[in-house]
Design a protein around this ligand. Structure first.
Ligand code: TEU
Length: 533
């Protein structure tokens, strides 16, 4: 029997709600805007939409600082807007995944106000408070991911609180059972409203070393890196006890049926796969960010895929990510020609793909003038800010690119007049059409959505610039050939007749032939051998 659980066979599309669609004319996207664009998502052919945080928040980190886990921030609308969104999504057979931010709250959360009020407050232990070091300084050497120390001293009680991110984002204490129970209730609140799963923010951070030991030096630290990399984060995160906490979250979800738990985890493969948990009882999909970190070279990507496939635990379902709201846009990293090859890679590898909004129209790096910088990380550590990857979706060539009637909160890309959905949707050569065809192909071929994967062995001269593999299910096999280079290649495939199901170059679908396959520069193809017709 072919596995058909939606989060295995489907594609996830990430929406950054500030930047998808504004309906109330304030230059910032909102929930009603997402609802208004659901027809687009259904047309595109994705299966689930993951929405970055829209909870009540002072927006110090644009919603990753939550002041009320069960309320919609007025900037984005109301709970009733949310109920409409989910009903309309489900009507179109789209699943809705929320962003759950359990590692830290906002400093404005009432829990923190109570916790900070006194050393004996019943909620004191819901956050992480420590006495100063003997010299009065921070309790240990842990650093903030956004620059500077991870400890802030609170004058009233003389202790420091820990924050892995901004001082406005105090870390919650997941060793405390009452905090855990309160957070489980938050999950139930949204599950009861019909959400289909959660992407859990920095899930590998939830538990810190019990002894708060100093992190060791990172011998590979280079000055161009963010300051956080000065130390290897072995004690501040990725502690073994976290797996049981994640299993607890997943158990809450499973009581509601087949809801998905996706964990945000920036760790190397050998550590990442531990997050499936014993008997696959922790994260359903530990986010695989390896494509964000691997150099865009055929051999490096081929080695990565083989390593990841080999490392997965028995029954653990793979997943792939090419972009998100924290990392450079794929089109900016690899250029427009290779961005098409990258789209084919993402949507033909084995495992659930997550597509970042705007990547389907090839949005690149949008320069942000100094007076428009919004990301606090850019202010703390210039050059590391994430505004350039969070700019508004471009829908048409009207004012504000159809995103907003007002000045958008971040600038549009300079080519918005032609890099937009309206201009690209009927263009057979556009990257948007390519995405739509790839998504349709995944739906039509079980080999692509749920089938197996194996690498195709290439002669060394081809392997340097090409990555090739097969996907197979129910007796059918498809071949995927990806040219990472700018030279044409003749790829030996045996004597069978081949048929092009889809190419990154328009106009080749349906082409048939025998003998070596003529692969163009920067071209990717999905082929069907005659034996699989
Ligand atoms: O990101 C966590 C995180 O580790 C990244 O910000 C990472 O530091 C960055 O990609 C550089 O490696 C999550 C959210 O995705 C991010 O937007 C939030 O700012 C952060 O957590 C705090 O909640």
């Amino acid at each position: 029997m072919t596995e058909t659980i939606w989060w295995k066979s489907g594609t996830v599309y990430q929406v950054y709600p500030r930047s998808f669609q504004d309906t109330d004319g304030d230059g910032v996207g909102d929930l009603a805007g997402i609802t208004a664009r659901l027809d687009y998502l259904a047309w595109l052919g994705v299966d689930a939409v993951w929405i970055s945080p829209f909870y009540r928040s002072p927006m110090a980190d644009f919603g990753y600082d939550v002041a009320d886990y069960c309320a919609v921030d007025p900037l984005f609308g109301t709970l009733s807007d949310f109920d409409t969104l989910i009903a309309e999504a489900h009507r179109r057979r789209l699943k809705v995944i929320l962003d759950f931010v359990p590692n830290h709250s906002s400093i404005a959360h009432p829990w923190f106000a109570e916790s900070r009020a006194s050393r004996t407050s019943p909620r004191r232990d819901w956050y992480i408070w420590r006495d100063p070091a003997p010299d009065g300084g921070p309790p240990n050497n842990w650093l903030s991911n956004f620059g500077g120390p991870a400890w802030t001293r609170d004058e009233a009680t003389g202790q420091y609180y820990y924050h892995a991110f901004l001082p406005e984002q105090p870390d919650l204490n997941w060793r405390n059972p009452a905090l855990r129970a309160a957070m489980h209730d938050v999950l139930r609140f949204w599950l009861e409203r019909g959400v289909d799963g959660f992407r859990v923010d920095v899930i590998w951070h939830l538990i810190k070393d019990e002894g708060f030991r100093d992190n060791p030096d990172n011998p590979d630290f280079a000055p161009h890196q963010p300051g956080i990399n000065r130390f290897a984060q072995v004690y501040s995160c990725d502690r073994p006890e976290v797996i049981e906490v994640i299993a607890g979250l997943r158990a809450v979800l499973r009581a509601f049926g087949e809801r998905v738990l996706i964990g945000e985890i920036y760790l190397p493969i050998e550590r990442l796969v531990a997050y499936y948990g014993p008997d696959l009882k922790a994260a359903d999909l530990p986010f695989n960010f390896q494509l964000l970190e691997t150099p865009w070279r055929a051999e490096a990507v081929a080695a990565l895929v083989a390593e990841y496939e080999a490392a997965l635990p028995e029954g653990g379902w793979p997943n792939w990510v090419l972009g998100n709201h924290d990392r450079p846009r794929i089109a900016a990293r690899v250029g427009p020609a290779q961005a098409r090859v990258a789209a084919m890679l993402l949507l033909t590898l084995r495992g659930t793909p997550t597509l970042y909004y705007g990547d389907e129209i090839g949005l690149g790096h949008v320069p942000i003038p100094p007076d428009r910088v919004r990301d606090p990380w850019e202010r703390n550590e210039p050059g590391h800010g994430r505004d350039p990857v969070r700019t508004p979706m471009q829908w048409d060539d009207g004012p504000g690119a159809g995103f907003s009637a007002a000045e958008p909160w971040l600038p549009l890309s300079a080519d918005a007049d032609h890099r937009n959905v309206e201009a690209m949707r009927d263009d057979p050569g556009s990257i948007l059409t390519l995405h739509r065809r790839l998504l349709a192909l995944r739906r039509d071929h079980a080999a692509l959505s749920v089938g197996g994967w194996r690498g195709i062995e290439l002669p060394p001269d081809l392997a340097a610039e090409m990555f090739a593999y097969e996907r197979f299910a129910e007796g059918a096999t498809l071949q995927i050939l990806l040219n990472f280079g700018a030279d044409p290649r003749a790829v030996p495939l045996g004597e069978d007749e081949w048929e092009v199901l889809l190419s990154t170059r328009p106009g080749r679908a349906g082409e048939r032939g025998r003998g070596p396959f003529p692969l163009g520069p920067d071209e990717g193809v999905v082929l069907r051998p005659e034996t699989s017709r």
